[in-house]
Design a protein around this ligand. Structure first.
Ligand code: IMP
Length: 434
């Protein structure tokens, strides 16, 4: 049996185990490119089948757009399960949390549905200020979301961070904050900040817990768990296009540390791949192109950042990056999103490898400058013109569309299980591999 068939059969077997043989049902969903792969819709689609939905990293730099019950929800901090009232939504210690952003986002929802790690770090106005300052002064602009994400992880690593657990003793929290502001010469009134937030802090206190123990109990009760990665693998602090990355690890392989659970709890990892590539912010992007076609993709797919509104850069699909991401994230199966957008796109190309210094390379160079210089090598595909947004079965897709998908599947050696052909929940093709 070749490697592709082996992995494929293994995935099917584990799927059957999980759903039919009663092994704890757990699934991680992770974006394999630069974020904005449309994970929100998939997480939302799956969330209704799970008891607990968990975010393990990042903060309100994320933007998950979900269309449900005739409404559009843009979630930044809360796990996407929040829309389903039967779910408990967990925010792990690997997250960085801005109380002001959380207050606003929680407004339409019931706080009883939420659990927040007492070890998650706080983002305050100081962190946002430091983010802006770093962008103004750094030798190279990263194009961050300016939400204070990087400084929150930075202060955590240099052991100056303040954690959610501090909120249990407001006097202590006030003095910690005052000291931190003084340390950075930050002139805002920290006491007034805490006073303004006090009613909200009182509201969320019962939800601030030891998340690892909570999840262990949930596991013992046989509850199912959905792990939701934010951003995307190419923005991973270690495995992305450093330094043009975020400051956490979107990879579900980091969920154990970011939640305080054991490795091995995640039995399936669904890697979400946008049918082409987008990136918001600075940094190398080998397959980027700027012309009428990319412009039309941006407008048709409304490729503007959900958090910052910035226009997203557009590029061809890049299998070098995807192969890297599949390995690092431990992906067992794939979902392809925004596939309807490719109808009529011509030329339609997929990058199979790079050329650097007259050599073919199939891995991502470790230095951003080298990645900036690679020349992508493409394979061309026939395009199709039919609108596929109403298609609900794999069989009904045009042959050219199947060829495009088939190439992704065979190169990445993982089965494509879902194809999203529009923003609505029902615009999803489930591919039957049985
Ligand atoms: P930060 O996470 O705000 O520090 O930004 C670092 C980089 O990650 C910037 O290029 C951001 O545009 C990008 N980024 C952060 N979060 C997201 C996301 O959820 N989707 C897409 N890009 C993101």
């Amino acid at each position: 049996m070749d490697e592709a068939s082996y992995i494929y059969n293994k995935t099917i077997a584990s799927f059957n185990d999980i759903f039919y043989n009663g092994i704890m049902k757990s699934l991680a969903i992770v974006g394999l490119q630069f974020g904005d792969e449309g994970k929100g819709k998939l997480t939302d689609t799956f969330a209704k089948e799970f008891d607990v939905v968990i975010r393990y990293q990042g903060g309100n730099n994320a933007g998950h757009t979900v269309y449900a019950n005739g409404k559009k929800y843009v979630l930044h901090l809360l796990p996407s399960g929040i829309i389903h009232t039967h779910t408990i939504n967990v925010m792990g210690n690997g997250m960085v949390i801005d109380l002001e952003a959380l207050e606003k986002e929680l407004e339409p929802f019931d706080v009883k549905q939420v659990r927040i790690s007492n070890r998650a770090h706080l983002i305050t106005p100081l962190h946002r200020f430091l983010d802006q300052q770093a962008e103004n002064q750094a030798p190279q602009k990263i194009g961050t979301t300016l939400k204070g994400i990087g400084p929150a992880y930075q202060l955590k690593a240099i052991r100056l961070g303040i954690r959610m657990g501090s909120l249990f003793h407001l006097d202590r929290f006030k003095s910690e904050l005052k000291q931190l502001y003084a340390h950075y010469g930050f002139k805002e009134d920290s006491e007034a900040y805490v006073n303004r937030l006090t009613p909200f802090i009182q509201r969320i206190l019962p939800s601030i817990i030891d998340v690892g123990s909570f999840l262990e109990e949930a596991k013992e009760k046989g509850q199912s768990m959905l792990f939701e990665g934010a951003q995307g693998m190419m923005l991973d602090l270690d495995h992305g296009t450093y330094p043009f990355v975020t400051s956490s690890h979107p990879s579900p392989t980091s969920a154990a540390i970011d939640l305080g659970i054991s490795q091995g709890w995640i039995s399936r990892t669904l890697g979400v791949v946008k049918a082409y590539t987008t990136r918001v912010g600075e940094g190398p992007f080998p397959t980027e192109y700027v012309d009428r076609v990319s412009q039309s993709i941006r407008e048709r797919a409304h490729e503007y950042g959900a958090t910052t509104g910035r226009p997203r850069r557009i590029g061809h699909l890049d299998l070098v990056m995807l192969k890297h991401a599949v390995r690092v994230a431990g992906v067992t199966e794939l979902a392809v999103t925004l596939f309807d957008i490719l109808s009529g796109v011509e030329p339609l190309k997929i990058c199979t490898h790079y050329r650097l210094d007259d050599k073919d390379i199939v891995t991502i160079p470790g230095h951003a400058e080298d990645l900036q210089q690679v020349v992508p090598v493409y394979l061309s595909f026939s395009s199709w013109n039919q609108d596929i947004s109403m298609v609900r079965t794999y069989e009904a897709l045009p042959d050219a569309a199947k060829a495009y998908l088939g190439f992704i599947e065979s190169t990445l050696k993982r089965p494509i299980r879902y194809i999203s052909v529009g923003p609505q929940r029902e615009q999803l093709i489930e591919v039957n591999h049985d």
